[in-house]
Design a protein around this ligand. Structure first.
Ligand code: ADP
Ligand code: ADP
Length: 236
C-alpha cells in the first residue's frame, strides 16, 4: 500500500453565491521515503492540496489516505493528534513557522509540550534536532536574531519535533537567496535520509524541484503529466 493515496480529491470553496473549484479530482500516490515536488502557477491549488494532506482542511469529495489512515474519518482528538504528531509543516513565511517571543529552543519544544511530552524529553529532543540542523550554538536566540536561512532551519526542527513521517513544505526556500536556499534543501535531503521522511514540497523554483524524485505539475486544479528534466521550464 502506498504511504499516501489521493483518489479523485475535489476541494470546492463556496464564496458568496458561487463555487471556486480549487482541486478537480486529484489522483496520485506516494511511497514512503519518497520526495515529490509540486509545481504550478499561483492559484493552481497547491496550497489547498497541502492543507488537505496536513489535516488542516477536508476535501469536498474523494479519498485521502496517509499511512493507512483515511483523513476524512479523522475528527476531534484523532485529528488533533494527526496534525501535531503525524505531519510536519514548513511554510515560506517565517511568521507562520515560528513564534517571535520564543527562543529557537522554545519554538522546538512547543509542539512537544502540546503533545504532552515531558519537559526533560522535549528539551533533549529539541537539542538533538537543533544540533541536526546545525544550530546548537544559537538555541537561545529568538528568530529576530537569526538569519533567514537559520530561521528556516529552526522551522524544520519545529516541524520534526514530534517525529512525523511526513513533511509538507510550501515554498520552504521561497524567501531565501539562492545559496541559502540550496543549503536548506541540502539539509532537508540529509534529514530525509536520516529519519526516512516522506516529503511533499510545493515550489515555484525548478532548481529546488530538481531535488525531488518526481515532479508533478498542478494547473487549474488538475495534475498534469509528470515532467521530465528536459521538459522542465526554468521560468515557472
Ligand atoms: P496555489 O497554492 O497554487 O496558489 P491555492 O490552493 O491557494 O493555490 O488556491 C486555489 C484556488 O482556490 C484559487 O482560486 C484560490 O483563490 C482559491 N482558494 C484558496 N483558498 C480559498 C479559501 N479559503 N476560500 C475561497 N477560495 C480559496
Ligand atoms: P536511533 O538513534 O535509535 O537509530 P533514530 O535514528 O531513529 O534512532 O533517531 C535518532 C534521533 O532522532 C532520536 O532522538 C529520535 O528521537 C529522533 N528522530 C527519529 N525520527 C525522527 C523524525 N522523523 N523527526 C525528528 N526526530 C526524529
Amino acid at each position: 500500500m502506498p504511504f499516501i493515496s489521493c483518489k479523485q480529491v475535489v476541494r470546492a470553496y463556496k464564496v458568496d453565491n458561487h463555487e471556486i473549484v480549487a482541486l478537480r479530482g486529484i489522483d496520485f500516490t506516494m511511497e514512503k521515503g519518497e520526495m515529490v515536488a509540486i509545481i504550478g502557477p499561483s492559484g493552481a491549488g497547491k496550497s489547498s492540496l497541502l492543507n488537505l494532506l496536513g489535516g488542516l482542511d477536508k476535501p469536498t469529495a474523494g479519498q485521502l489516505i496517509v499511512d493507512g489512515q483515511s483523513l476524512l474519518e479523522l475528527k476531534g482528538r484523532a485529528l488533533a493528534h494527526y496534525r501535531l504528531e503525524r505531519v510536519g509543516f514548513v511554510w515560506q513565511e517565517v511568521e507562520k513557522n515560528l513564534l517571535f517571543h520564543r527562543s529557537a529552543l522554545g519554538n522546538v519544544t512547543l509542539p512537544m509540550m502540546l503533545a504532552g511530552v515531558s519537559p526533560f524529553t522535549r528539551r533533549k529532543q529539541a537539542r538533538e534536532l537543533l544540533d541536526a540542523v546545525d544550530l546548537l550554538e544559537h538555541i537561545n536566540k529568538k528568530p529576530s536574531q537569526l538569519s533567514g536561512g537559520q530561521q528556516q532551519r529552526v522551522a524544520i526542527a519545529v516541524a520534526l519535533a514530534n517525529k512525523p513521517q511526513l513533511l509538507l513544505a510550501d515554498e520552504p526556500t521561497g524567501a531565501l537567496d539562492g545559496k541559502t536556499a540550496v543549503a536548506v534543501m541540502d539539509l532537508l535531503m540529509d534529514l530525509r535520509e536520516r529519519y526516512g521522511l516522506t516529503i511533499l514540497m510545493v515550489t515555484h523554483d525548478m532548481k529546488m524541484a530538481q531535488y525531488a524524485d518526481r515532479v508533478l505539475t498542478l494547473r487549474d486544479g488538475a495534475l498534469g503529466q509528470n515532467m521530465s528534466d528536459e521538459d522542465a521550464s526554468p521560468h515557472l
